[in-house]
Design a binder for this molecule. Sequence first.
Ligand code: ARG
Length: 722
Amino acid sequence: MKKLFIALTLFVSVAFKAAADEGMWLPLLLGQQVYNDMVKKGLKLSKDQLYNVNKASLKDAIVIFGGGCTGEVVSNQGMIFTNHHCGYGVIAGASTMEHNYLKDGFYAKNMGEEIPGGSLSVQFLVRIDDVTKEVMDSLKGLSGQERVSRQNAVLASINRRLSDTANAIETRISPLFKGNQFLAFVYQTYRDVRLVGAPPEALGKFGGDTDNWEWPRHTADFAIFRVYATKDGKPARYSTANVPLKPKWSLPVSLKGVKDGDFAMVWGYPGGTNRYESSYGIKLATDINNPTLVQLRDMRLKYMFEEMKKDPAIKLQLADSYAGIANYWKFYEGESKQLIKYDVYGQKTKTEAAFNKWAATKPEYQNIFRDVDAAYAAWRPYAMHRVYITEGVLGSPLLAFASSLQGLNNTMVKAGVSSADIKKAVDAATASRKNFIASHNRTSDRNIIAAVMQQYYTNVPRDQQPLGLYDAIKSEYGSLDKTSTYEKYADEIFKNTMLLDDRKWNDFVRNPDATVLQQDLAYNLASAYMINYQSKYLPRYQQFQTANNEWGRLYLKGIMEMDPAKAKMMYPDATFTMRVSYGKVASYNPRDAVRYDYVTTMKGMLDKYKPGDYEYDLPATFLAKARAKDFGQYKDAARNDLVTCFITTNDITGGNSGSPVINGNGELIGLAFDGNYEALSHKLAFDKDLNRTINVDIRFVLWCVDKLGGATNIIKELNIRK
Ligand code: ARG
């Protein structure tokens, strides 16, 4: 164990031979050779300027935005840039039909006009501690479920020790290299974050889902926020007495633009990758998990879009949830395609065969793939069922809310429960019901429920279905092969459920009765699916996960032992912890004879413009300024046009959205907002030729703010370098 610990610390801090631009490096452990390679490729900053625990450094400008994205500080008054799609929920939430900021955009002309972000928060990284030894010592000799439980307990206790709630200090330990290394990330959370500006959605989401995950792209995917703190710089809840945060570091902004081959680094919070997934995992994804998810999301999106198209109020109501579902619908569809196209399964089986040959004489490793084989064989028959629960049953907002009431039911039926406890649980349910109702659209959900019921009946193996459910439906509503049967049933639910009826719900609250809840048609249907799954199949899934963790950890340890030279070039999978990726601006060949330029321009955006289209319409003021080529200081001299987006070879993934793209001088040149379709296998296999990060050029952002938004106050606050 000890030896491994040392080896790990070494390989992340030592040698790295430049192979393409794969790698999401931990800034704490940026070894001299990685740093030297960055310098060779164009970095001008010192190591200390990048990351230093004791002095202000670039890392202090990078924040976790809203718990799932990245943001960066761009002024000495706490101004933050991120993506429009990261601020989307906040922008939609602040919008009404009268003040529709999602549709029309919004710019505060002074700090007084900024809009409180509600529950929005940002987190600054204070420091990173290596706690591998402490964790490993307490896990010695343990495996399987015992190890999982012990590890959870140890991490929770270290997290508590290193946190300080009074000062908004929160620590989260991240297991790296599949649990072969443990780093504690210490954050400080600021909860007064306000909306400063956003373009109209027509620009911020230009090209919609058709252009999503694709290059060439012309999207102004940016939004602007500000972090507030107490007068002495401490985190605090929203208060008019708060003042803009004085940050430790803020990024200057460069108007110099990009050239092919220019150095570019991306700092931020990549959410998750699994690049040492087994061939079995790849096969399960392409055979079952991905296609099932795509089909269920396809159906849900269709019914939601039908209603959104009809009515702008419904569009505003469903927009945020729709965007999230659509984003990963297209992602998983693309992931499957790329995995198959590049035969990632075949590549993995070869790697595994080589590993098995090496491991044949080593007791610790020789049985790994026998165990993987057994774990997948045991789980595979139930995999589709699980996706039907997570993406089907829980993909219906009504059934998801109904399922969330299982806890309430359990409280109510608990022996000896006090009426005070019941009241507490009922009040919590009433509060969450309020949020549910505000975002609920009945027509789309009715159609979704009917379709989920029918598809589940058709596709999930019969012997896994809840006992008696479909027989009962058949006897009351008709043939199980007819769509109308499920529609009738769904209509009945909507007519009767108390979850959608204020009067009935209030009656229930006044006199909470578990049987009333259990007999509610929505609750009843949801719990029929959930209890069946939770009692029979969830335990199998948990066993599968435990087995996966076990072999994954050993496999990675084995790989590093088998090939020490390769081990030195390894970076840990993304775990939503701060990483730096470096690469360069670069064009590419997506397919035979086709060349993609590394920038897009306003000319291309105007070419895509389709009046009245849902995804490619553009506002009149935009068209006027764009056609007049009123680009001012933001114009690109070489192209004699406004550059809109550009691509780089950086290795990023979801969570990096909003990340700064930084040049060799430490200046902001763009915001990363997407990955390209041809490399959508990137979570499982990085494509060294095709992988690109898609960025909005900072000059396009500032042109929107300045020339379209007239927000010169924002421009003046930036440290602009021409
Ligand atoms: N694919 C982008 C990401 O995951 C999100 C882009 C949002 N835009 C959209 N049209 N859905 O970061």
